[in-house]
Ligand binder design. Structure first.
Ligand code: HMG
Ligand code: MG
Length: 287
């Protein structure tokens, strides 16, 4: 097997980890979590989402969180699924945005109230305006393996979205196992084909751990040359519109593996271990 000398780990706990919490998490606790994570050495943290507070109440403090991140001087990513979200993010001086479209249209209707085609059309306008402002654009393809509403998701459905993201000029494309039902074989096949079709594109692995295969899926993606992975402290997470799925790949598990294997990251495993209890204390679902 081939292993890179280093990988980038993008911490998504403050956003993906907390967005689905049924009880409100205070803004001051979110800030404390972000500060601790920044001190542990992450190059980038996904901190919030400019989504509708009616849809995802937990992300209602996106403005205040972004202002805090700007004052800390860290590199962070905020989700912007529509033009209104992008306008809010630009006003909040966000520099890295993320759009997200599912490979399955039923998921998109439930998650962002649009079909895949409608979402792609809005993305075109989002990319244009974001590029005018010089923003870094992360583009998620969610439900890239299976979907709780539709079942199997074909490679063609994934590639349909991927091709548009490449044409629009995404800075990185995140392949999301939102449902957490992918296995290493599927991951290897899908990433190999994508890397073959788009050799100049930067791909990121984003694995949820519903079936406890997120770590194995990471190894499979590494074998295809992928060197960037999302993870969430304490394994927190879940999407409100993905019934049955659990948290993300836990940052501490990924770091234990990379440090034992001599794969470099910029992150202190010792510091991460100390943050895990605090992160878990913010979640009523991890108790
Ligand atoms: P909508 O209701 O279709 O929007 O929501 P609309 O354009 O029809 O507007 C309706 C109302 O919402 C209006 O207000 C708008 O102003 C307001 P009203 O006139 O009724 O007072 N509105 C907004 N307010 C604040 N911020 C906005 C915004 N947009 C409209 N940005 C929308 C469309 C996308 C906003 C909605 O569907 C939404 O917020 N969805 C949330 C989706 C979400 O956050 N899902 C979880 C993240 S995705 C995920 O977890 C997967 C991922 O981790 C990757 C993986 O695991 O694969 C990324
Ligand atoms: Mg996710």
């Amino acid at each position: 097997m081939n292993f890179p000398e280093r990988i980038e780990i993008i911490e998504v706990g403050p956003r993906d980890g907390l967005q689905n919490e049924p009880e409100p998490v205070s803004t001051s606790n979110k800030k404390e979590l972000i500060k601790k994570l920044a001190d542990a050495g992450f190059s980038r943290i996904e901190t919030t989402a400019f989504v509708s507070p009616k849809w995802v109440p937990q992300m209602a403090d996106a403005d205040e969180i972004s202002d805090y991140c700007n004052r800390l001087g860290i590199k962070y990513i905020a989700l912007t699924p529509n033009l209104k979200a992008l306008d809010r993010a630009i006003a909040a001086k966000v520099r890295q945005i993320a759009v997200f479209i599912g490979a399955s249209t039923i998921f998109n209707q439930k998650n962002i109230n649009k079909t895949t085609e409608e979402s792609l059309a809005e993305c075109e306008a989002i990319f244009l305006r974001a590029k005018e402002h010089g923003l870094f654009i992360r583009a998620y393809i969610s439900m890239a393996f299976t979907c709780p509403y539709q079942g199997e998701v074909t490679f063609e459905e994934v590639n349909h979205v991927c091709q548009r993201f490449v044409e629009l000029g995404a800075d990185e494309i995140v392949i999301g196992d939102t449902n957490g039902h992918a296995n290493p074989q599927m991951v290897y096949e899908r990433f190999s084909r994508l890397r073959e079709l788009y050799p100049d594109t930067v791909f990121v692995g984003h694995f949820h751990n519903t079936w406890n295969m997120a770590l194995a899926n990471t190894i499979a993606a590494i074998q295809c040359g992928v060197e960037k992975f999302d993870s969430s402290i304490g394994g927190l997470g879940g999407c409100p519109y993905t019934p049955g799925a659990t948290g993300n790949l836990a940052t501490e598990e990924l770091l234990l593996m990379t440090s034992e294997m001599g794969i470099e990251t910029s992150i202190s495993f010792e510091k991460i271990k100390q943050i895990v209890p605090f992160a878990k204390s913010l979640s009523t679902r991890s108790m």
